[in-house]
Structure formats: structure tokens, C-alpha cells
Design a binder for this molecule. Structure first.
Ligand code: IMP
Length: 188
């Protein structure tokens, strides 16, 4: 099944291809740059963008909105993750965390999928902690400073495939894929 991923982020596309490609989904990147509303709820952001795209594009697609939440910073940068990354980068987060021992953080992602008629959303999360220094050169965004629970490597030290097994995006993709498979069986 062909499915478009509306995003300008090639790393996200690579991760999605590695995750659901082997399960029979051909992921095609489409960069439509939908508007994003300012909200403290990732699902609201994803659903709004998906509705905007659905009014302009009639083939099955999904898009995704993600955020990085640091516990000792009361969830910051959260829904401002993209802006904070552009302005301060991950080094800015490390500086804010300087001297702070409690380093737990999580990534969350919400996928909004549109099949031509309805929009359905799927969430995924991964908990972990923030390193003292950046490590690794794979991936994107905050990957070099985040170690998922049960691992010793940062996301940036993992391959896209390894990251996708435990990541927020991987988990949301898994849920979407399971739902699509089930829907396919009941539609037949
Ligand atoms: P977006 O709006 O979904 O692209 O995500 C907001 C920001 O969070 C992006 O600018 C990235 O810097 C960061 N981000 C999202 N997903 C990831 C990830 O899987 N790894 C590292 N950073 C991420």
C-alpha cells in the first residue's frame, strides 16, 4: 500500500521507511508545509495540520508532530521543541541542565492519518534521560543528547532501524500500521 508522509524532514521519512517499509507500506515523502497551530497538545496540532492537508490532497497520507519534554524543566521545550532547537539547539538544553542531576526526559509523537475520508490519530512516547555531552552523529534534532530507557547509547548512536524499535515515532507508526492492517482485513 502506498502512503504519503507529509513532512520536510528526511530523517523522519527514513525512520518511517525502515519501520513500516518491510511490512508492505511504500512510504512516499510529500512536502506540503501545512500550517501548525500553537497549542500545548500535540494531537491538536497534528489534527489541525492533517485537516488542512486533507482539503488539498486526496490520497492517503499521514503527518506527525513531535516534542521533547524535560522533567526538571517542567516539560520544556515541549510544544516549542522546533523553535528551541532552531534558536538554542541541543547545546542550549545541555546548558540549561548544567548542574542538574535529575535528567529524565521523554519524546512524544502524534501521527494523524487520513484515508481520503476520515482522520485517525496514533500516539507514541519514549522515556529516557539526557546525557552530559552530545554523542553520535546519526538522526536529527535532540538525538545526540537523549538515551532511551534500557539503553546505553543515544538515539544519534543508533541506526534508524534501531531507533525505530523504541522511539516515540516508531511506536506511533506501529499503532498506525496495526490499525491499517486490521482495517484492510475488515474492509475486504
Ligand atoms: P516536529 O515539529 O515534529 O518536527 O518536532 C519538533 C522538534 O522536536 C524538531 O525540531 C526536532 O528538533 C525535535 N524532534 C522531533 N522528533 C525528534 C526525534 O526523533 N529525535 C530528536 N529530535 C526530535
Amino acid at each position: 500500500m502506498k502512503i504519503h508522509f507529509i513532512t520536510g524532514n528526511e530523517n523522519k521519512v527514513e525512520e518511517a521507511k525502515k519501520k513500516i517499509g518491510p511490512l508492505g507500506f511504500e512510504v512516499i515523502q510529500k512536502n506540503l508545509n501545512p500550517p501548525e497551530i500553537q497549542s500545548d497538545n500535540l494531537e491538536d496540532v497534528a489534527l489541525f495540520s492533517a485537516k488542512w492537508v486533507s482539503e488539498r490532497f486526496s490520497e492517503p497520507f499521514f503527518l506527525e508532530d513531535a516534542g521533547f519534554f524535560v522533567d526538571s524543566l517542567n516539560g520544556f521545550p515541549g510544544v516549542y521543541s522546533a523553535y528551541v532547537f532552531e534558536t538554542l539547539g541541543y547545546m542550549g538544553i545541555l546548558r540549561l541542565m548544567d548542574g542538574i542531576e535529575e535528567r529524565s526526559a521523554r519524546f512524544a509523537a502524534v501521527i494523524a492519518y487520513h484515508d481520503g475520508k476520515q482522520i485517525k490519530s496514533f500516539g507514541g512516547e519514549v522515556s529516557g534521560h539526557i546525557t552530559q555531552e552530545p554523542r553520535g552523529s546519526n538522526g536529527f534534532g535532540y538525538d545526540p543528547i537523549f538515551i532511551p530507557e534500557g539503553e546505553s547509547r543515544t538515539f544519534a548512536e543508533m541506526s534508524a532501524e534501531e531507533k525505530g524499535r523504541v522511539s516515540h515515532r516508531g511506536r506511533a507508526l506501529e499503532k498506525m500500521q496495526e490499525w491499517l492492517k486490521e482495517k484492510d482485513t475488515t474492509d475486504r
